[in-house]
Design a protein around this ligand. Structure first.
Ligand code: FRU
Length: 534
């Protein structure tokens, strides 16, 4: 790896070197949080995959261990791919994961802790009778599209269920298996859910959320006060979509509330770069936590030069919005203990066309929280009915395109002369019968290095700007800008690689490139301390 490392993170999880992808089997066991993840011990590109393993007491500082699972038996000799842990009713964790066998078929295997009195669960043993689920001519499963078992859940009938991602032709499938003993698994005739033309469903996740509560519940929880969430990661586009719906445990089917939306306009946890995510129930704090992988936006040759690729997003607490129509996410509270020196801006009006530089904060490593209030919405630009795709609208109307109500927001990782910056901002439009708030993360000017992918990202935010303030929080970490709009109703993570706006040369601004004034009702920025990561 090169000595020059301006893009390594300070508080987002990453190992010292090499390639990482999906978070695997996150859990809490005997007061210790475990994160395992797809890892290539041999280099900065994907291949030779094992489950690397780290533990933590606070989800912020991490201790690395030896890989928990690595190729060692025929059923995983060509790779140990993604999977999940399930905590048995008596407290023991069990891993189900995808192994690649000598024929390069995808099969499902089981591993158990060797020593349950070790809270770090350093050693894992695999069942000698692996694989427990395999493609065959009888079950008509596609051997190259059969992977990523979910956390299993226990039905009221005493039977376990688990989902495996798959497809037949272009139809994405959440294949359902059932078991009485967690070892003999029988495929259900019907998938839990499927959708045409979506391609392979990677890393499915299926879990209950409470109605009208931010608290999380165990994955097996059923009842009138829960809804269910099904998330899939689409291999074709590398976007994730989720639906909220109803799970019928008798028929073992899941019905999304609003059609079968796994499409361009479906709901996403994150409208930027965030993939192969997975939740777990944190029984220590009764919350559900979401982990997700942030891939690089640089080219593989540059990844090889820097010696690493991939980071994990900050774990996010996730719950059902009071509308019942979407999920809300917020960085775990523990991350706030890294907040150091705080800078605060007094309440003020930011005139159209003006910007403010925020000094006194380590802008390459910061947590920034700001709220805006707009008083005169009459001037809002009319939303063209053809502007239905927020990402396309954000790239058409980048931060440098003047508007009336917006763009206003933050310029982060900005160089002194603004040759480089990443802009995270809002625009307010007048829609058919309501105002429409667009949130953008504009990477188009993030780096002078044109090898990087500088795609802009965008989301529509379900906030009423007439009655509510528009809040924005950005976690900035050298090559990561992870932004939470509207208190977590829309999230956008981006990877950026400034060449000038590095470390001490990175700056932070608040800007308003609209013609109308906006009021900054509150603004705080914290320099973030370094976490113990590797
Ligand atoms: C998702 C994925 C999974 C697979 C793993 C292999 O990023 O492709 O479907 O199990 O990565 O590393």
């Amino acid at each position: 790896p090169s000595k020059y490392q301006p893009y390594r993170t300070s508080y987002h999880f990453q190992p010292p070197k090499n390639w990482i992808n999906d978070p695997n089997g996150p859990m809490v066991y005997r007061g210790i949080y475990h994160l395992m993840y797809q890892y290539n011990p041999k280099g900065a590109v994907w291949g030779h995959i094992v489950w690397a393993h780290s533990t933590s007491t606070d989800l912020v500082n991490w201790t690395p261990h030896d890989p928990a699972i690595y190729p060692s038996q025929p059923s995983d000799i060509n790779g140990c791919w993604s999977g999940s842990t399930t905590i048995m009713p008596w407290g023991t964790p069990v891993i189900l994961y995808t192994g690649i066998n000598p024929q390069n078929q995808q099969v499902q295997n089981l591993a158990m802790p060797k020593n349950l009195s070790d809270p770090y669960l350093i050693e894992w043993v695999k069942l000698p009778n692996n694989p427990l689920m395999a493609p065959s001519s009888l079950n008509q499963i596609n051997a190259s599209s059969f992977r990523d078992p979910t956390t299993a859940w226990l039905g009221p009938d005493g039977t376990w269920r688990v989902l495996i991602g798959s497809k037949t032709d272009r139809r994405g499938l959440a294949i359902l298996y059932r078991s009485k003993d967690f070892i003999t698994w029988i495929k259900s005739q019907q998938p839990l859910h499927s959708a045409k033309d979506t391609g392979m469903w990677e890393c499915p996740d299926f879990f209950p959320v409470l109605i009208n509560s931010k608290l999380g519940v165990d994955t097996s929880t059923l009842g009138p006060d829960v809804k269910h969430v099904l998330k899939v990661s689409l291999d074709d586009t590398k976007y994730e979509y989720y639906t909220i719906g109803t799970y019928n445990p008798d028929k073992d089917i899941y019905v999304p509330d609003h059609g079968s939306v796994e499409s361009d306009l479906g709901l996403r946890y994150d409208y930027g770069k965030f993939y192969a995510s997975k939740t777990f129930f944190d029984s220590l704090k009764n919350r559900r936590i979401l982990w997700g992988w942030l891939n690089e936006s640089s080219i593989p040759a540059d990844d090889i030069k820097k010696g690493w690729a991939g980071v994990q997003a900050i774990p996010r607490t996730i719950w059902l919005d009071k509308s019942g129509k979407q999920l809300v996410q917020w960085p775990i509270a523990e991350i706030e203990k890294l907040r150091g020196q705080q800078v605060h801006l007094p309440q003020q009006v930011l005139k159209g066309g003006l910007s403010l530089e925020v000094s006194g904060v380590t802008a390459a490593q910061a947590d920034v929280v700001i709220s805006f209030k707009v008083s005169d919405l009459g001037k809002a630009e009319v939303l063209d009915p053809s502007w239905t795709n927020p990402q396309a609208l954000c790239s058409k109307k980048s931060a440098s395109v003047k508007g009336s109500l917006g763009p206003f927001g933050l310029l982060v990782l900005a160089s002194k002369g603004l040759q480089e910056y990443t802009a995270v901002f809002y625009r307010i439009f007048k829609g058919q019968n309501k105002y429409v708030v667009l949130m953008c993360s504009d990477q188009s000017r993030s780096s002078l290095n044109n090898n990087n992918d500088k795609t802009s990202y965008g989301a529509f935010l379900d906030v009423d700007p007439v009655h509510e303030e528009l809040s924005l929080r950005s976690l900035i970490d050298h090559s990561i800008v992870e932004s939470f709009g509207g208190g977590g109703k829309a999230v956008i993570a981006a990877r950026v690689y400034p060449t000038l706006a590095i470390d001490g040369k990175a700056n932070l601004h608040v800007f308003n490139n609209g013609t109308e004034n906006v009021k900054i009702t509150s603004m705080s920025a914290w320099s973030m301390k370094k976490a113990q990561i590797s």
